[in-house]
Design a protein. Structure first.
Length: 73
């Protein structure tokens, strides 16, 4: 699992950074997605890890946009 997370960390961070425009927020989003993957899906086969992780990441980015919209009102 650790090798898998290390292999996708850079791309995931770049995706989150582009989406948020903030390095700190992007790092928080990526860490949250990684933690959720390890916590909930640690026993899943490794070949399903990549799509599952990116789905978690996209959901975390969407949640960030929702929270930002509420805060700006």
């Amino acid at each position: 699992m650790e090798a898998f997370l290390a292999s996708i960390e850079r791309r995931a961070f770049l995706m989150a950074k582009i989406a948020t425009g903030d390095v700190d927020e992007a790092m928080d989003i990526v860490q949250d997605a990684m933690f959720a993957l390890v916590k909930k899906y640690n026993r899943k086969p490794e070949h399903s890890g990549k799509p599952l992780f990116y789905k978690l990441l996209q959901n975390r980015i969407r949640d960030w946009y929702r929270r930002s919209g509420v805060r700006s009102r």
